[in-house]
Design a protein around this ligand. Structure first.
Ligand SMILES: Cc1cc2nc3c(=O)[nH]c(=O)nc-3n(C[C@H](O)[C@H](O)[C@H](O)COP(=O)(O)OP(=O)(O)OC[C@H]3O[C@@H](n4cnc5c(N)ncnc54)[C@H](O)[C@@H]3O)c2cc1C
Ligand code: FES
Ligand code: FES
Length: 471
């Protein structure tokens, strides 16, 4: 990192092993860059909203392995300084890779539209896990839809390729990221420190503050609005850091869900299971905790879990410095938060579990994978002598904001978690929530399932339910 600004009129990255500098607006979608600027049409567009996986590419950002990501909801801004591989870049010396070969010879492709995306998703998996469990193969494919072949031959192809062995190619030297790229009337800022970020935020409060782009990119994919100024958080050291003590983790706002999954897996298996159901591999590789909180969706999966865990959030601005508040106080009203126009989310601090505490989170969605919640219930309890001494129950999908159920909590305190206390807590649900009906679920469905989730907690903690935990 240098203090000298590095400015450019082009996005510089490594494309299929070769350094390129493309003079494109930073808000051009990566899919557009690949297909229309680089002329590589193997990467397909299906849904243009991150759901089908037809546009899957492999992206290397920094030192880690190549990761599957959706090009349709990514922008050129996110390519600068990275290594991008499209399906055209897989073959070496004209020889198919084991994944391509297995897909072709196992009858794993029919119309072929989904095939490049599936090849990229499986390559991303097998470069990280040489001999994955079948469950991991399904997980890697959760973000890829195939309308005609069916998944069994695709899963078989993955197993065949794993047996043949998939070697991860060594990283190409990444071009240095530019601190500013300006092209065609769109300007990208890539600050590296929190001070630089807050200074830019103060100077340009209306700029698009871009993290992983998995929310913002969906709106951008249809080009209905331009991003004339973008401030990326992806290079900011403080926002990319993960701090760990015996008592808590502090996740920088630009830490991805995949990184959080790895950090919390052992301590909070239930949280890990929730994160495993967060979008798809492609979405978790790019989507960040700060973006999930910043977007302030009432059905976002991170906030109810983090509120129940007693997380705090740190915000910062150039004028006001840093401030930390309980995450539950951050959300004010529908998509309204404590964040001031010149502020950014710096980090989220999540307590680690202590003896006598239990945490469970249950997500109800129309599909198990790759779907946001209809209702999400997150429950943290401390017990002593068989009685609940403290608790935080938080729900998503039940109000305009993710919110604690304080009336319900009161019914559980100083009592055992049993049929009686749970029934009384459920009777108090209407004091906490008046949910809306929408296409995901009616108000009646939401109330009924929110109650059922509390029953499930009691049965789960009594050992009557075997939770399916994350891989
Ligand atoms: C196919 C698909 C599946 C999805 N599945 C799920 C799911 O299962 N559960 C779920 O909860 N969500 C899901 N999402 C939504 C999305 O992936 C998450 O909300 C993700 O965490 C957003 O993070 P991001 O980094 O991509 O945010 P971005 O899109 O980059 O930003 C989102 C918002 O947060 C703001 N923001 C980002 N960083 C900061 C910061 N440091 N300070 C202040 N504001 C900031 C941005 O300005 C923007 O307003 C899905 C999205 C897609 C496309
Ligand atoms: S085109 Fe469907 S995920 Fe990108
Ligand atoms: S082979 Fe046709 S969509 Fe998968």
């Amino acid at each position: 990192m240098t203090d000298q600004p590095r400015t450019s009129d082009s996005i510089r990255f490594v494309l299929n092993g070769k350094p390129v500098a493309l003079a494109v607006r930073p808000d051009t979608t990566a899919l557009d860059v690949i297909r229309n600027h680089a002329g590589l049409t193997g990467t397909k567009e299906g849904c243009a909203e991150g759901d089908c996986g037809a546009c899957t590419v492999l992206l290397r950002r920094g030192e880690g392995p190549r990761q599957a990501a959706n090009a349709c909801i990514m922008t050129a801004a996110q390519l600068d300084g990275t290594e991008l591989t499209t399906v055209e870049g897989l073959k070496q010396d004209g020889v198919l890779t084991p994944v391509q070969d297995a897909m072709a010879s196992n009858g794993s492709s029919q119309c072929g539209f989904c095939t490049p995306g599936i090849v990229m998703a499986l390559t991303g998996l097998l470069e990280k896990a040489a001999d994955p469990e079948e469950e991991a193969i399904h997980d890697a494919l959760a973000g890829n839809l195939c309308r005609c072949t069916g998944y069994r031959p695709i899963v078989e192809a993955a197993k065949t390729a794993a047996k043949a062995g998939v070697a991860a190619p060594s990283a190409a030297g990444l071009p240095e990221k530019q601190t500013e790229v300006s092209c065609g009337g769109s300007v990208l800022h890539q600050p590296e420190t929190l001070d630089q970020l807050t200074a830019l935020r103060a100077a340009y409060p209306d700029a698009v503050l871009l993290a992983g782009g998995t929310d913002l990119g969906v709106a951008r994919a249809d080009y209905h609005s331009d991003w004339d100024r973008i401030i990326s958080t992806a290079q900011v050291g403080e926002l990319r850091a993960i701090g760990e003590t015996a008592d808590a983790w502090t996740f920088g706002a630009a830490v991805t869900w995949e990184e959080i999954l790895q950090a919390v897996r052992a301590d909070y298996p239930s949280l890990a299971t929730l994160i495993r159901r967060f979008g798809s591999t492609q979405i978790r590789a790019m989507g960040t905790v700060g973006g999930n909180i910043g977007t302030a969706s009432p059905i976002g999966d991170g906030p109810p879990a983090l509120i129940a865990l007693g997380a705090t959030i740190t915000l910062a601005s150039k004028a006001g410095g840093a401030r930390t508040l309980p995450l539950e106080d951050f959300f004010l009203d529908y998509r309204k938060t404590e964040l001031k126009p010149d502020e950014v989310i710096v980090s989220v601090t999540v307590p680690r579990p202590k003896a006598g505490e239990e945490f469970r989170v249950y997500k109800l969605s129309k599909r198990y994978d790759q779907d946001i919640s209809t209702v999400c219930g997150a429950f943290w309890l401390a017990t002593e002598g068989g009685k609940v001494t403290a608790c935080r129950l938080a729900y998503g999908g039940m109000a305009a904001i993710p919110k604690r159920a304080k009336a319900m909590e009161n019914k559980l305190l100083d009592r055992p978690l049993d049929r009686g206390s749970v029934s009384e807590a459920i009777e108090a649900l209407s004091e906490d929530f008046s949910p809306l009906s929408d296409w995901r679920g009616s108000a009646a469905y939401r109330k009924k399932t929110a109650a059922a989730l509390l029953h499930r907690l009691a049965r789960d903690l009594a050992g009557e339910i075997v939770e399916v935990m994350a891989l």
